[in-house]
Design a protein around this ligand. Structure first.
Ligand SMILES: [Ca+2]
Length: 73
């Protein structure tokens, strides 16, 4: 005899609210680093990174020679 639902034997859905890390706002144009998409126009001198991957469109113009690597100098 099955008693589905009758004896729930304390089987609650105790799913610990998985702590979601706050969504990091990173511009997808720069996947190797995290630049806020809302940040003002940045220049390489404003960014502590060098030689990072750049995916077009390059909103901050980090990769002026369009070889996919930003701030190589
Ligand atoms: Ca470049």
């Amino acid at each position: 005899m099955t008693d589905y639902g009758k004896s729930s034997r304390g089987k609650k859905n105790t799913q610990p609210t998985t702590k979601r890390s706050p969504v990091q706002q990173c511009d997808k144009a720069y996947p190797n680093i995290c630049i806020s998409p809302n940040s003002a126009d940045l220049n390489c001198s404003d960014i502590p990174y060098r030689r990072f991957k750049v995916i077009p469109p390059d909103p901050h113009g980090c990769d002026r020679d369009r070889d996919g690597i930003g701030c190589e100098r």
